[in-house]
Design a protein around this ligand. Structure first.
Ligand SMILES: Cc1cc2nc3c(=O)[nH]c(=O)nc-3n(C[C@H](O)[C@H](O)[C@H](O)COP(=O)(O)OP(=O)(O)OC[C@H]3O[C@@H](n4cnc5c(N)ncnc54)[C@H](O)[C@@H]3O)c2cc1C
Ligand code: FES
Length: 255
């Protein structure tokens, strides 16, 4: 079930160059939303909405938080919204992550794939390790939020300007060797997801990955967001917007 409406932006800040963090007051949506779901956000003057993950949900205060990077004309328009502006969204969309109560999780975010990790990591608190990878220190977002949620935050940068100099798969492998989690969640570039799923499989740990695909309708009606999945040896064409964006890692055909 989802809702469409215009809701007030109640907080906005730039958290890195070209990356914005907005909070929207939308109690009906916040009540329904789950970590891993997304919103289709209208960009004034453009016909197609832009999919943005729900980064965090505050059910008590009726708000949703979304963190997005300006990539093109649509996100540039959305970034012009300010506190007091109305934002037109359809949400919550998609399936969201599976939560394993009382278990241990590792959440892996790559670049702008990091925001959806906050909502799920918060549900595990100190039972979550969040491994995030960024190109460089200046765009390493949300680290304080993960720590404030009680999670262990492990930062990696490609250029070594902060945290571990290298890819997220290094600390993930070390964790799998020392203290196997019950589940791995991941969102980020496809090559990163492919390597994470391979590691999860090697160590016999369940994985869930959130896929990013170009979208149009966002509700399963247009076929723009199709991706290949495999279940019990059979191939399927799945809609990322409706059957996902979260898929069992082993069911995604990364080829
Ligand atoms: C489920 C999901 C969750 C996402 N969550 C986030 C998030 O939390 N933060 C964030 O910064 N970005 C997120 N993205 C990516 C974001 O949707 C794109 O960066 C954005 O749509 C680009 O729009 P644009 O008009 O600025 O760029 P343009 O390139 O001008 O867009 C042109 C068209 O292509 C589509 N498009 C372009 N790139 C993408 C893309 N990567 N994914 C889907 N559609 C695309 C746009 O919707 C638009 O219709 C998510 C994408 C998906 C599918
Ligand atoms: S975006 Fe239209 S079916 Fe998924």
């Amino acid at each position: 079930m989802y809702r469409q409406g215009k809701y007030p932006v109640v907080a906005k800040k730039a958290i890195a160059k070209g990356i914005f963090d907005i909070t929207v007051y939308c109690p009906h949506i916040a009540k329904l939303a789950k970590a891993g779901q997304f919103a289709q956000v209208a960009a004034e003057g453009y016909f197609l909405r832009r999919p943005i993950s729900i980064c965090d949900i505050d059910k008590e205060n009726g708000t949703l938080r979304m963190v997005f990077e300006v990539r093109g004309k649509g996100t540039e328009k959305i970034a012009e919204l300010n506190v007091g502006s109305l934002i037109d969204i359809i949400a919550p969309l998609g399936n969201g992550f599976t939560v394993l109560e009382g278990k241990k999780a590792v959440c892996v975010g790559g670049g702008i794939g990091t925001p959806p990790m906050l909502g799920i990591a918060k549900q595990y608190g100190e039972n979550a390790q969040v491994i995030s990878g960024f190109r460089t220190a200046g765009i390493a977002i949300l680290q304080d939020d993960f720590k404030a949620a009680g999670c262990e935050a492990t930062l990696c940068t490609d250029d070594g300007t902060a945290g571990i100099h290298g890819f997220v798969t290094e600390p993930l492998k070390a964790r799998l060797e020392s203290d196997k989690p019950d589940i791995i969640y991941a969102c980020g570039p496809a090559p990163m997801l492919k390597n994470i799923v391979a590691l999860a499989k090697e160590y016999g740990v369940k994985s869930e990955v959130s896929l990013e695909q170009r979208m149009a309708c966002g509700v399963g009606a247009c076929l723009v967001c199709v991706c290949k999945t495999v279940k019990d040896g059979e191939q399927f064409l799945s809609h990322v917007c409706k059957d996902g964006p979260v898929f069992d890692g082993e069911e995604v055909d990364f080829s």
